[in-house]
Design a protein around this ligand. Structure first.
Ligand code: SF4
Length: 370
């Protein structure tokens, strides 16, 4: 059987950023309980699933707040339970504090990819996002990862920050490039209702939809100019010496409809055709409450929705491999209608969305597959 991906949601942050809707707490007293609970779950799933994994991703929250010792024990246990031979092991980090010893310790445990939450290289934009680190600290974090031998480093950027301009975005991209990032994840700022940003939305001066679209298209061009090729709506990677894009193997599993097990409050899973998730509640997780079933997954529509987030798009080969039949002609005919408006790029035996198409991906994909 194909190896699965493992995702561990670490629900701790040193402080909450006002725009963030990810599940995390600033009360860090339960880190040991949480670590023990994750370890117990890994053993339980090993027994019940008997599968191997080839990716392990620590997301959050801020996994680095857990510290190298706790992360190390979880990694050892995950290897013990799921093999993780030659695996991609990623840890998201907040670029503050001394990270030298942290990265050295993680590298010894097999971590070979880190994701640095930078968001912007501009002090004012960072301050408006409520981020407490500086761009210099992000640069130092990348350098420290490199020194520890972790050369696959991703940096996060935010698009649509108050006061951001195309020029400042361009400078943030150049900053990531010069710092040595091999991968960039760039997300459009979205105001979520249950966040401080959502509560004082009226006081925020944010780009409107048209300006946001211009920012996005500008960013895609600028990233490509800097050698970062778009492989997914929000993800861009450099090529390695062999010309292979250094994509996130773990996240790519989500878009390719592959199986993954997510542990921790709010973590989602897709296994044996079923989708399920843990409640956004650390106490509930620690009490051992079972995940919530979220129905069957992996049908054709869902697969198409996910695959069309990738610049590879959908082809006969991909569809054949997944469903043992050619790509539905109805999809291809519908996709052709959007080629002239620049939303879709027709390919040999298939099609993909363009960056312009990504901007309206939800409606566009629904229209193609309905
Ligand atoms: S953006 Fe990251 S660091 Fe900030 S609260 Fe959310 S998870 Fe924590």
């Amino acid at each position: 059987m194909e190896p699965i991906g493992l995702y561990i949601h670490v629900p701790f942050c040193t402080q909450k950023c006002p725009y963030c809707d990810f599940y995390s707490l600033t009360n860090t007293k339960q880190m040991d309980d949480y670590t023990n609970c994750i370890i117990n779950k890994l053993y339980t799933y090993r027994k019940n699933l008997n599968r191997t994994a080839d990716t392990l991703y620590f997301g959050g929250g801020t996994p680095s707040t857990l510290g190298a010792a706790r992360l190390g024990v979880i990694i050892d246990t995950a290897k013990n339970c799921f093999g993780l031979e030659q695996a991609e092991i990623t840890v998201e980090v907040n670029p503050s504090g001394q990270l030298e010893a942290f990265f050295d310790s993680l590298a010894q445990k097999g971590v070979n990819r880190v994701s640095v939450g930078m968001q912007s290289s501009h002090a004012e934009e960072l301050s408006l996002l409520g981020r407490t680190h500086t761009a210099k600290q992000a640069e130092m974090a990348v350098a420290a990862a490199h020194r520890a031998g972790i050369t696959n480093v991703s940096m996060d950027l935010m698009v649509g920050i108050q006061k951001q301009t195309e020029q400042s975005l361009k400078e943030s991209i150049a900053f990531c490039h010069d710092a040595g990032a091999s991968h960039i994840s760039a997300y459009l700022l979205k105001v979520e209702p249950n966040t401080p940003y959502g509560q004082y939305q009226n006081t925020l001066i944010l780009p409107d939809d048209d300006q946001m679209s211009d920012f996005y298209l500008f960013m895609v061009d600028e990233l490509e100019y800097r050698g970062y090729y778009q492989y997914e709506i929000s993800n861009f990677a450099q090529k390695d010496a062999n010309g292979i894009l250094q994509v996130s193997k773990h996240n790519t599993k989500y878009w390719q409809g592959k199986e993954y097990l997510g542990l921790g409050p709010s973590a989602h899973s897709f296994l044996n055709g079923e989708r399920f998730y843990y409640d956004r509640n650390l106490s509930s997780f620690l009490e051992g409450n079972q995940p919530i079933m979220d129905g069957q997954g992996g049908n054709q529509e869902e697969f198409a929705m996910l695959a069309l987030r990738l610049t590879d798009g959908l082809t006969n080969e991909i569809w054949q491999k997944k469903f043992q039949k050619p790509l539905p002609q109805s999809y291809v005919k519908k996709a052709q209608l959007y080629e002239a408006s620049g939303l879709v790029r027709m390919k040999e035996n298939g099609f993909a969305l363009t960056p312009k198409g990504f901007l309206v991906s939800n409606q566009l994909i629904l229209s193609i597959i309905e």
